[in-house]
Design a protein around this ligand. Structure first.
Ligand code: BES
Ligand code: MN
Ligand code: ZN
Length: 495
């Protein structure tokens, strides 16, 4: 989708649909009042009839408004004159959804009357662009006939602002489009089925990201190289599948030569059957989403490249498929990790931490400023937080605060969970340095505790996105989280 900033008088805007936020009838903003006058009072009369309602996010489509140059005027109720950021997100999403349901091919969102506490017009423009992208996202590559409900006519979504500084609005719109494209990339990779999106597919995606991009180097480590590195835990996961595992390395150099990189690590289990500790059949299809952590690393790297952030960022993706077979790892198997520590595999379904621990050890070579891993790691995290917050675990209070703040700022929130020493004992094994599972209690915490044993040499945070990375039920599909959080966090490191 294309975006641009429009200036000039709003009544002169030519477009398929003009979106006008309006407050309560007696508190109409200056632009709404002005347009109402041009339209001979049509807006006020609609409000007086009660057609728009009072609650925030209600929309009303007025056809062929008099005095304007658009065939559609879409009113959206703000509910009050001054919005908070979450309230503004809600109304732009509602407006975008109503817009997509029309046949409009291009639209202009009129920002002039919008006042959001502690946010400037540039922020509002960015949020509107991201909402439009989110609402027009479709995944129908595998439908023979997409059908009307999935049709999207919209190809342009512009912003109108009569007075705010042009340069900063332009930049905000551009950056929002880059982030939105990263979110969409993560959603699509997540939605692709396991028979298409296997580790080799992800490796090809990484090469595509790097091609023609001077600041980006992409390397793919094959199983043989993983063996040479001593990654016994990573390799134990891929033992049962015919799909070759890959450790995907993406190095982006946008910062100073000597600046230490920020490293992102993604769990890329392209399908998780559980292995020999096989999962129950019901709902197992959703384990194609077990590479959503990896997908968010791809989406974030894509956005970082598009924005040209002046930072050094490394993306590491641990890509493998977890299958049962005659060559699969068994419960009770003991493997040696790249760190030298040994692990007793008590449950082959706890595979995410097995691929991640060796990848986290690999990350040491970058002498990173910080490492953030993203993983659909535990069902227990879904029980704890549902799909509203990603679980955050960290060995560093400053890093943790940065990530929580990035979540608040972007609306892609995380919530900190404990990583206390007290939980570590649950990983005790009679036969190896540790077990790969810690029992039913505090399952997301013991999973993080397991990872913490491989991240002692740098500042580290772990995002368990098992609940936030995809939705189940009628809205089944990848959400693209936590791309927005990660990009926001990276941006906070610029300067
Ligand atoms: N990919 C799953 C976690 C998961 C399960 C995410 C359900 C979302 C919904 C992970 O590999 C897994 O199977 N974890 C086990 C760990 C257990 C064996 C300690 C789990 O959560 O049951
Ligand atoms: Mn599993
Ligand atoms: Zn898994």
């Amino acid at each position: 989708m294309d975006h641009a900033l429009k200036g000039g008088k709003p009544e002169n805007l030519r477009c398929d649909c003009l979106i006008l936020p309006v407050g309560p009838e007696r508190a109409l903003g200056a632009t709404a009042k002005h347009l109402d006058e041009r339209a001979g009072g049509q807006i006020k009369r609609a409000l007086q009839r009660g057609d728009l309602g009072q609650s925030a996010g209600r929309t009303l489509l007025l056809a062929e408004p008099a005095g304007l140059r658009t065939p559609r005027l879409l009113l959206v109720q703000t509910g009050k004159p001054t919005l908070d950021p979450a309230g503004f997100r809600k109304i732009v999403r509602a407006a975008a959804a109503a817009l997509v349901a029309t046949g409009a091919r291009d639209a202009v969102f009129c920002l002039d009357d919008i006042v959001v506490a502690d946010r400037d017009p540039s922020w509002c423009a960015g949020e509107a662009v991201m909402a439009a992208s989110e609402e027009t996202y479709r995944f129908h590559d595998y439908l023979s006939e997409p059908g009307e409900a999935l049709k999207v006519d919209l190809t342009r979504f512009d912003i109108h602002h009569g007075s705010a500084a042009r340069a900063s609005l332009d930049r905000a719109i551009e950056e929002a489009a880059a982030i939105a494209a990263g979110v969409a990339k993560a959603r699509t990779l997540g939605n692709l089925p396991g028979n298409v999106c296997h580790p080799t597919y992800l490796a090809a995606e990484a090469r595509k990201l790097g091609s023609g991009e001077k600041r980006m180097t992409v390397r793919i480590l094959e199983e043989k190289q993983l063996a040479n590195l001593g990654m016994g835990a990573f390799l134990s996961v891929t033992a049962g599948t015919d799909q070759p595992a890959k450790l995907i390395v993406m190095e982006y150099r946008g910062g100073a030569q000597k600046a230490q990189p920020l490293v992102l690590v993604g769990k890329g289990i392209t399908f998780d059957t559980g292995g020999i500790s096989i999962k129950p059949g019901a709902g197992m299809d959703e384990m194609k989403f077990d590479m959503c952590g990896a997908a968010s690393v791809f989406g974030t790297m894509q956005a970082v490249v598009a924005m040209g952030l002046p930072l050094n960022v490394v993306g590491l993706v641990a890509a493998a498929e977890n299958m049962p077979s005659g060559s699969a790892s068994r419960p009770g198997d003991i493997v040696k990790t790249m760190s030298g520590q040994t692990v007793e595999i008590l449950n082959t379904d706890a595979e995410g931490r097995m691929v991640l621990c060796d990848t986290l050890t690999y990350a040491e070579r970058y002498k990173p400023q910080a490492v953030v891993d993203v993983a659909t790691l535990t069902g227990a995290c879904v029980i704890a937080l549902g799909n509203h917050a990603s679980g955050l675990f960290s060995n560093d209070d400053t890093l943790s605060a940065e990530l929580l703040q990035a979540g608040e700022n972007s609306g892609d929130r995380a919530w900190r969970m404990p990583l206390w020493e007290d939980y570590q004992q649950q990983l005790r094994s009679n036969f190896a340095d540790m077990a790969n599972v810690g029992g039913r209690e505090a399952g997301s915490v013991t999973a993080a505790c397991f990872l913490s044993r491989f991240t002692r040499n740098y500042r580290w945070a772990h995002l368990d996105v098992a609940g936030s990375a995809w939705l189940s039920g009628a809205k089944k599909g990848a959400t693209g989280r936590p791309v927005r959080l990660l990009v926001e966090w990276l941006r906070s490191h610029v300067n």
